[in-house]
Design a protein around this ligand. Structure first.
Ligand code: UD1
Ligand code: UDP
Length: 357
């Protein structure tokens, strides 16, 4: 069987990293990079750290509006799929890269397998929610991370026969990396174990200028009580710079980090604050409490378990929730005591299912 995998952004590279070598081994496998992410620390660094091979096609599409970016990716992917005529295309997650790969493949009558199917935030203002719905409804094989995702797919009328509960591929990558962190890095950054917060922020709805200014005001207030480490996504960096949004001295702003360094910092933090999807899952795997800077999440099962907490994205809610938690070790411990089932070798399970098609 000939399989094409399409990726293009930081989380896709990380989450597909355990699957790619297995696909290379078991199938005639072609890897396409759309170039949605292209800066070294959003792209190449992860190929190096995770020991991934070079891509067979680099489409170098870059940034743009949603329509420009998705359209350009579709045009370029179509050329490759017409040339390679694979039996199956694999996409991961909810990005414009995954959307474009899915639409092109399904219109060429090539089967699509979606890794991380069935996640829903039920908030169509998020571009990712629109992508998730379209991708799942055009896919032929759906790899769901949890029961919630399966229920979502069932409610939308997607037949059970094409859905496979496999778990989450980020577990494989995250567990592998967490053990490699050199804790001397904490000294270099002047950080004390369990005495700082890690913050990430990049969602479209949180990086619109007025909202971003409000969130950073809240972070500045929190930083009076505890140090905050903030590896800034390049979308966010651009908006902070062009609007002169400044952080206080106790907020350590860095460029986007490599995976090993980032996961190590998360594992040693008191808790994380984020709007990232990937980080919500990783924090749970690393048993670090996670405060979600959004009104909803597609990883609701972690919230329902009491492992992660939605705190919203307004100044008042962020400051009051974080200050409460900083003064409530009992609540933090309660979140940490909750154990989630961590199943490894998810990628192997995906390969086994593909071999039976
Ligand atoms: C995209 C995904 C989002 C995912 C995120 C992971 C969509 C709709 N969004 O959002 O779901 O959570 O990736 O990080 O697909 N930029 C650079 N260099 C890069 C990449 C981006 O400078 O390598 C800057 C550019 O100014 C660009 C902006 O970041 O315009 C946004 O990039 P884009 O890929 O459009 O969206 P993300 O916010 O990264
Ligand atoms: N990440 C990283 N360095 C950073 C910030 C995040 O390696 O400085 C990793 C993080 O561990 C997770 C992934 O990037 O695996 C999440 O990507 P992002 O938050 O950009 O996207 P999302 O998961 O929200 O789609």
């Amino acid at each position: 069987m000939k399989i094409v995998t399409v990726l293009g952004t930081r989380p896709e590279i990380i989450k597909l990293s355990p699957i790619i070598p297995l696909l290379d081994k078991e199938f005639d496998h072609i890897l396409i990079h759309t170039g949605q992410h292209y800066s070294y620390n959003m792209d190449k660094i992860f190929f190096e750290e995770l020991g991934l091979r070079d891509c067979d096609y680099s489409l170098n599409v870059g940034s743009g509006t949603h329509a420009e970016q998705t359209g350009k990716i579709m045009i370029e992917i179509e050329k490759v799929l017409l040339k390679e005529t694979p039996n199956l295309v694999i996409v991961q997650g909810d990005t414009n890269t995954s959307l474009a790969g899915t639409i092109v493949a399904s219109k060429l009558n090539i089967k699509v397998a979606h890794v991380e199917a069935g996640c829903r935030s039920f908030d169509k203002r998020m571009p990712e929610e629109i992508n998730r719905i379209v991708i799942d409804h055009c896919s032929d094989i759906l790899f769901a991370p949890d029961e919630n995702a399966i229920n979502n797919l069932n409610h939308e009328g997607i037949p059970d026969g094409i859905i496979h509960l496999v778990g989450n591929t980020s577990v494989d990558a995250c567990v592998r990396m967490a053990n490699l962190f050199d804790s001397a890095k904490l000294d270099t950054l002047n950080l004390k174990r369990k005495n700082y917060i890690v913050l990430t922020l990049h969602r479209q709805e949180n990086t619109e200028y007025i909202k971003l200014k409000e969130i950073i005001k809240a972070i500045n207030s929190i930083s009076n009580d505890i140090k905050v480490v903030f590896p800034v996504h390049l979308r966010t960096k651009k908006i902070m710079q062009s609007n002169n949004i400044k952080v206080n001295n106790n907020v350590l702003v860095t460029d986007p980090m490599g995976y090993k360094e980032f996961i190590g910092l998360v594992a040693n933090s008191k808790f994380v604050m984020t709007d990232s999807g990937g980080l919500q899952e990783e924090a749970a795997v690393l048993n670090v409490p996670c405060l979600i800077l959004r009104e909803n999440t597609e990883w609701m099962y972690l919230v329902n378990l009491g492992k992660n907490l939605i705190i919203g994205n307004s100044y008042e809610k962020i400051v009051s929730n974080v200050k409460d938690l900083l003064n409530d070790e009992k609540q933090l411990k309660k979140m940490k005591v909750i154990r989630i089932p961590i199943e490894e070798c998810i990628s192997k399970r995906i390969i086994e299912i593909l071999q039976k098609i």
